[in-house]
Design a protein around this ligand. Sequence first.
Ligand code: ZN
Ligand code: ZN
Length: 241
Amino acid sequence: MKEKLYTIPVNDAFHEDCECPVCSMYRSIEQDALRFTMSGYMVEERRAESDKVGFCEKHLRSLYAGEDRLGLAWMVKTHMDHIIEEIEGRQSETVKAASFFKKKAEPSGLAQYMDYLGHSCYVCDKINAMFERYLVTIFYLYKKEVDFRKVYGESKGFCTEHYRMLYEMAPTQLGGELLQSFIKDTNRLYLENMKRVRDDVSWFISKFDYRFKDEPWKNAQDSIPRAMIKLNGILPPENKK
Ligand SMILES: [Zn+2]
Ligand SMILES: [Zn+2]
């Protein structure tokens, strides 16, 4: 079966005025995943899945910031029911002392279960499945559409994490000259735009010097939030869709 491509939202993200179009794509997928999660608390199979995996800290906070407290209460309650049952069943295991040669004890079933719980999130799972397809779509458009290649090459670059993802994924999606031009474009976009935002922050600092007090701000005023996107993919809330 041919996997679905997401040419419209990917194109839209690259037409936005943003310091990382991939962050913007990620956020719209995340918001859909949060809506999907909240809309599913009465759907038995969906809640059975979220009862099992639970939520990461970030997404539990996002769900709490939403409007449906009753829906969230249901999800939290039945997830807790599930955890209590799983943990109760594992507490009867005998805890063995660590062997002389190993510093750490073999993880017990209980420890393994708690480790799993600490890394699992229903919302993250939904996002990741979708996000991968969006990334594949970027390469598909780069390969097939000259117009997209142009928009890509004129974008404002990426945050470090999404630059890494594009760079690492490129050889699995493209070959020959297209691969070389993609890497060249992506390397250039990352560095040029990191330097541009770094220079904006640098001017922000200069503006605190009395000698530059009457100079214009240029692009420095919002340079810290833009640097936060470049460094850690933190989009400002006003870009919320
Ligand atoms: Zn990003
Ligand atoms: Zn999560």
